[in-house]
Design a binder for this molecule. Sequence first.
Ligand SMILES: C[S@@+](CC[C@H](N)C(=O)[O-])C[C@H]1O[C@@H](n2cnc3c(N)ncnc32)[C@H](O)[C@@H]1O
Length: 275
Amino acid sequence: MNERSKVDTTITESQLPQAGRDAEHMQGHWVLARLGKRVLRPGGEKLTKRMLAHTPLAGKRVVEFAPGLGRTTRLILNAGPVAYTGVDRDEQVVKIIGPLAASVGGTCIRADASQTGLPDGSTNMVIGEAMLTMQSERGKRAIIGEAHRILRPGGLYAIHEMGLAPDDLDDSVKDAIRKDLARAIKVNARPLTAVEWRELLESEGFEVVWSGVEPMALLKMRRNLADEGVGGVLCIARNVLTHADLRTRVLQMRRVFNTYGDALTGIAFVVRRKD
Ligand SMILES: C[S@@+](CC[C@H](N)C(=O)[O-])C[C@H]1O[C@@H](n2cnc3c(N)ncnc32)[C@H](O)[C@@H]1O
């Protein structure tokens, strides 16, 4: 048994971020976590695994931005990096990820990903999922710039975010999507088209190595069976039935996701620091 497998994987309700907040005002991803969801990213674990297939982690120094409840953290740690540092601004997340990271001699720090305090050029790999979409344009640039600063030249940055399609989607639809998402998930989510994500990453000193897309199926049954398993889905279903306040929120989120259908995607990029 390795050290990691001895770490308790159960996350209790009181350990979750925003545990003390009422359902009406909770950010959408923590509503889903409260219901029992553990994979909190638009393209699901399938897109995560496709992305990680392009980021060789064994023997590498890895920084994970926004590890959340740690599902990708486990995939990273199982790949055998020589160093792991998680960076999340939520102290509950730091408490959840800390012991997991410590099991392989790593750590999780509480910091904004735009100002990690980590040394220049100190890592080979930065991975961050479902965290850039929720930043303003300035915030996105600051975080991408920080990834660039802490990476060694040639180092890789992998992101998995919410996308908009097609690339020529009308501006009025983009605006409507942003407003409806903000209302439903209580986060100022600003997804971008594939071209906009690419241009943003390139303008901060990266070149694209790989990109991939999966449907935005966060609340679809098939995705949940794949990501959470049968037991997880049964637990989520029971919680939806027994928590009217959380049910209201999740139904509102589902309405917005369904309204925009294929215009919302899960999108991932692996990019290389150019200089
Ligand atoms: C939607 S969850 C995604 C969690 C996980 N990456 C996943 O895909 O399941 C968003 C996470 O991003 C973190 N976060 C958001 N903005 C951040 C920032 N500027 N700096 C550090 N962490 C941030 C939140 O605390 C939360 O843990």
